[in-house]
Design a protein around this ligand. Structure first.
Ligand SMILES: [Zn+2]
Length: 127
């Protein structure tokens, strides 16, 4: 019995998968960036008056840790990501101080979003 030599090494396969994921990320991030820039003045979807400037692409609900090893098109979508400034991303959203609720759940982050304070339960704002 012979085993044909695979045409690509595992290292090559991983490099191809990385490039494919990078392409999806670039495309989806650009779409989300354009969508959110049109929606708010700064491009940050978090409803606060001041941002520190730098926008970041934030994954919500199914975070990157939870979607590890899933296809890039599942991990990175316009309906599960949004633009936030660094402060909103890390201090509020990643720290689980704020719940992001899609007004239309079928559209996810493509819909209007409610930002709800987790502790107080009050609505911070709508974008
Ligand atoms: Zn902000």
């Amino acid at each position: 019995m012979t085993f044909p030599k695979p045409s690509r090494t595992r290292k090559q396969e991983r490099a191809i998968a990385r490039r494919r994921e990078a392409e999806v990320k670039t495309t989806v991030r650009a779409q989300v960036s354009q969508r959110d820039a049109a929606r708010t003045l700064s491009g940050c979807r978090y409803p606060h008056a001041t941002c520190d400037g730098g926008l970041e692409w934030a994954h919500v609900w199914d975070t990157r840790a939870r979607t590890r090893n899933q296809p890039p098109g599942v991990r990175h979508r316009t309906d599960n990501t949004l633009m936030l400034c660094r402060v909103a991303h890390h201090a509020f959203v990643d720290a689980n101080l704020v719940d992001i609720v899609a007004v239309d759940p079928a559209l996810g982050t493509d819909s209007a979003l409610l930002f709800v304070d987790r502790v107080g339960g009050y609505v911070i704002g709508l974008t």
